[in-house]
Design a protein around this ligand. Structure first.
Ligand code: FMN
Length: 275
């Protein structure tokens, strides 16, 4: 089966490493044994492994897809800075009543394993230096990843606009005074919650969390102003790559990427990418 698939995929001569993968498949003994390339280490270093096709029906196969017809993007539409370009697209999404356009997927990677994790968070600020999200930086998985690897990516998808924005950059924590400013805008329950939750740690029961909330409520009883926890606050992603994607018919999308050498550079180069 996979040999058929391999034949279909490689209508032209495959690169050497893929040819090696295709030929190693023919010696496979088990239908479910993943074929891993490179070293025998369980953590793949730099190659993708192919599995054999499992027997039985696929649970999902080729869900109905549609065409992207709502817009186009050309050089003439682009602003000189990715920040103003993003701001323009974000405002357009708000005007078009896109549901929570501030929603994004934040991806981080743990080193040295290279294992990637991703989660949905909200964009809370955009300034001339970067994109700011708020979270727990004591116990969460993202904080563990970022401790060893400051690189992160953000992905926005605005379905109603048929637009995607991808950001890659280096992260830095906001100073407590800056985080406090946003913290003060949150309803009291969310401020208490930030203190009470050891984000992403295992808890036996919901009651454990509720007890911690009661303790924090008692601690700040009668106190209007609650200080931002040291382990909680803003994270700024200072981009070196910002890509604007506009869906087009027949998957021939418009894509433009702004790139710069480092987060300190003011010079952005803009290139069109193939869809
Ligand atoms: C729509 C949506 C918005 C979210 N916004 C945030 C957010 O702004 N900050 C945050 O820490 N978690 C947010 N979460 C929860 C995260 O997805 C995640 O569960 C949490 O940050 C722990 O992730 P981690 O342990 O991988 O770091 C949101 C979840 C959803 C579904």
């Amino acid at each position: 089966m996979l040999r058929n698939l391999t034949r279909t995929l490689f209508t032209t001569t495959p690169p050497l490493n893929l040819r090696r993968m295709a030929s190693s498949n023919s010696t496979s003994t088990s239908a479910s044994t993943p074929i891993s390339m490179g070293s025998s280490n369980t953590t793949p270093a730099s190659s993708t492994s192919f599995s054999t096709t499992p027997t039985g029906e696929k649970l999902i196969f080729a869900p109905a897809d549609g065409q992207y017809t709502r817009g186009t993007l050309s050089t003439a539409d682009l602003s000189s800075s990715p920040f103003t370009q993003f701001h323009g697209w974000f405002s357009a999404a708000q005007s078009a009543s896109v549901y929570q356009p501030e929603t994004l997927v934040l991806s981080t990677a743990s080193l040295p394993s290279g294992r990637v994790s991703a989660r949905t968070v909200y964009l809370k600020e955009l300034d001339p230096t970067g994109f700011v999200i708020y979270s727990n930086f004591g116990t969460s998985r993202k904080s563990q990843d970022l401790r060893g690897n400051p690189w992160a990516s953000l992905t926005f998808y605005w379905r109603e606009m048929e637009r995607q924005v991808r950001v890659e950059g280096v992260t830095e924590r906001l100073v407590p005074e800056e985080s406090q400013r946003y913290f003060d805008t949150r309803i009291r329950g969310s401020r208490i919650g930030a203190w009470a939750s050891r984000q992403s740690e295992v808890i036996e029961h919901r009651s454990t969390l509720e007890e911690r909330v009661s303790e924090v409520e008692k601690r700040f009883e009668g106190q209007e102003k609650i200080p931002v926890p040291e382990f909680w606050g803003g994270l700024r992603v200072r981009p070196v790559y910002v890509e604007f994607w506009q869906g087009r018919e027949s998957r021939l999308h418009d894509r433009f990427v702004y790139e710069r050498e480092s987060v300190d550079s003011e010079v952005w180069t803009v290139k069109r990418l193939s869809p």
